[in-house]
Design a protein around this ligand. Structure first.
Ligand code: PGA
Length: 252
C-alpha cells in the first residue's frame, strides 16, 4: 500500500538558527503524537546536515529542495545529489514550478536530476502541474502528461517505485487559491491512470501522489479525504509548527 505523506517545503526561508528552532519545535510537537502519515521537511541546502542530525530518532525525515543535474566537478555554486545524501537527507524535491520558471529547468535537466538523485539513494519528490492559462484553456491534462513523459517515463518500473509525485497547480501555489478537492482528485486519478498505462496497476496503486498549492489546516482534511490524494506538499503553512502539525493531524 502507498504511503500517506505530509511534506514541508520551506523554500528560501529561515536562517540556519531559525530553521533549527522550527525543526526543534516540530520534533517536540510530534514526539508523543502518532501521525497517520509520514512527515518530511524540505529545507535549504545549508540546513540539511544540522536538521538531519537534530531529527535523528524522530519520525520526521529530511528533504532537499533541489540538486544539481551534474555528478560533480567545476559547477560553482551547485550542490550534487551525493552531497545531499551525505547530509542524512533521504528525499529531494525536483521540478518545483519555481525552479522550472525562474531557473529555466527543462524536462531534460529534470530528467538528469532525477537519475542522479536515484543513483545516490535519494527519493525524488517530483513536482508537476499546469499554469493558470493552461487550466483556463483546458490543457491541464496534456501539460501534466508531458511533464511525466519528459522527465520520468524513461525510468524502469523499479526506479519509478522510488518516486513521490506532487501535483501542484501553479495558480494555487502561494496564492491562497486552492484547487477544489474535486479538481485535485480528477487530476490525481488521471496521473495514476497514466502511471498504470506505463508501469501497470500495481506500481500506480503504490505511488504516493501529493497535492500542493495553498494547502492549509482548514482545507487539508477535505483534500486528503479524496481517494487519490495521498497527502500534501506544503509551502507557506510549513513555516509555522502549529499549522504544519494541524495539517499532519488532518490524517487522524
Ligand atoms: P504553498 O506552496 O503551500 O505556499 O502554496 C506549495 C509549494 O510550492 O510546494
Amino acid at each position: 500500500m502507498r504511503k500517506n505523506i505530509v511534506a514541508g517545503n520551506w523554500k528560501m526561508n529561515k536562517t540556519l538558527q531559525e530553521g533549527v528552532a522550527l525543526a526543534t519545535e516540530l520534533k517536540e510537537k510530534l514526539a508523543s503524537a502518532k501521525p497517520n502519515c509520514d512527515v518530511i521537511i524540505g529545507t535549504p541546502f545549508i540546513h540539511l546536515a544540522t536538521v538531519s542530525e537534530l531529527l535523528e530518532g524522530s519520525i520526521i525525515k529530511v528533504s532537499a529542495e533541489n540538486c544539481a543535474d551534474k555528478e560533480s566537478g567545476a559547477y560553482t555554486g551547485e550542490v550534487s545529489a551525493a552531497m545531499v545524501k551525505s547530509t542524512g537527507a533521504e528525499y529531494c524535491i525536483i521540478g518545483h514550478s519555481e525552479r522550472r520558471s525562474y531557473y529555466g529547468e527543462t524536462f531534460e535537466i529534470l530528467k538528469e536530476k532525477v537519475l542522479l538523485a536515484l543513483k545516490n539513494g535519494l527519493k525524488p519528490i517530483f513536482c508537476i502541474g499546469e499554469k493558470k492559462e493552461e487550466r483556463e484553456s483546458g490543457k491541464q491534462n496534456d501539460v501534466v502528461k508531458a511533464q511525466l513523459e519528459g522527465s520520468l517515463f524513461n525510468l524502469s518500473a523499479e526506479e519509478f517505485s522510488n518516486i513521490v509525485l506532487a501535483y501542484e497547480p501553479v495558480w494555487a501555489i502561494g496564492t491562497g487559491l486552492t484547487a477544489t478537492s474535486d479538481q485535485a482528485e480528477d487530476m490525481h486519478a488521471y496521473i495514476r491512470s497514466l502511471i498504470a498505462g506505463k508501469y501497470g496497476n500495481e506500481v500506480a496503486e503504490n505511488t504516493t501522489i501529493l497535492y500542493g498549492g495553498s494547502c492549509n489546516p482548514k482545507n487539508a482534511a477535505e483534500l486528503f479525504s479524496k481517494p487519490d490524494v495521498d497527502g500534501g506538499l506544503i509551502g507557506g503553512a510549513s513555516l509555522k509548527a502549529d499549522d504544519f502539525k494541524a495539517i499532519i493531524d488532518a490524517f487522524n
